[in-house]
Design a protein around this ligand. Structure first.
Ligand SMILES: Nc1nc2c(ncn2[C@@H]2O[C@H](COP(=O)(O)OP(=O)(O)OP(=O)(O)O)[C@@H](O)[C@H]2O)c(=O)[nH]1
Length: 204
């Protein structure tokens, strides 16, 4: 079974909890008591493979010191960076976050494949008070090499589910690529150990 970890980052009020709850329950709940960070676990099926996904919601609090992004990087396999299309400041913060993620990754160099980051423009239903154009989100995603979705946790269930499936599929693909790139020595070592113990088991 695949085990993957997602972190959902973004400004206070961008809709992180609403997106997560919509994915986990299929429902939209208007208000959340976001007093502390939350970690959700769910078993899902991605391309007919059972996958355990852990979702970390920092529940951004003005007084809460969120962990440094390098810590986030080591914790998560992928990131949803959420902004509210009706508040430009959340979009600017989202771009800052992605920049920091990319910079932190370069510094830590702990990963050979680039961290999976999805830029999410939420509250698409508030297009009558839109402050961030769709094209701006698309251009930012191209610039920061991430996938882009504009949607509404309040009004769209399938689209939110499809977005989560898409990032989980991308993460699983990356994990498989990394396993393939693993130095052949470790593979042959595993094969050797299997042969030795395997033969011994056969003789017993
Ligand atoms: N119209 C509309 N409102 C939304 C949508 N998603 C979330 N909201 C509302 O936006 C407010 C903030 O949503 P949350 O999910 O708590 O946002 P958050 O990013 O988790 O906020 P913090 O936990 O404080 O960081 C709530 O009043 C939600 O009902 C959406 O797609 N459309």
């Amino acid at each position: 079974m695949n085990h993957i970890k997602l972190s959902v980052l973004g400004s206070k009020g961008a809709g992180k909890s609403a997106l997560i709850v919509r994915f986990l329950t299929g429902r939209f709940i208007g208000e959340y008591a976001s007093t502390s960070e939350c970690i959700y676990n769910k078993q899902v099926t991605v391309d007919s493979k059972t996958t355990n996904v852990e979702i970390y919601d920092p529940c951004t609090q003005p007084t809460k010191q969120n962990p440094p992004l390098s810590e986030e990087l080591s914790r998560a396999d992928g990131f949803l960076v959420v902004y509210d299309i009706s508040h430009r400041s959340t979009f600017i913060f989202a771009k800052t976050l992605i920049c920091s993620l990319r910079d932190s990754q370069l510094k830590t160099c702990k990963r050979d494949t680039e961290t999976v980051v999805f830029l999410i423009g939420n509250k698409q239903d508030l297009c009558h008070v839109r402050e961030v154009a769709l094209e701006e989100g698309q251009i930012a995603a191209l610039e920061y090499r991430c996938q882009f979705f504009e949607l509404s946790a309040a009004e769209q269930c399938q689209e939110v589910a499809d977005m989560f499936t898409s990032i989980m599929r991308k993460i699983i693909h990356n994990i498989k690529m990394k396993e393939k790139q693993r130095p052949s020595g470790s593979k042959s070592m595993a094969k050797l150990i299997n042969n030795v113990f395997g033969k011994r088991r056969k003789s017993v």
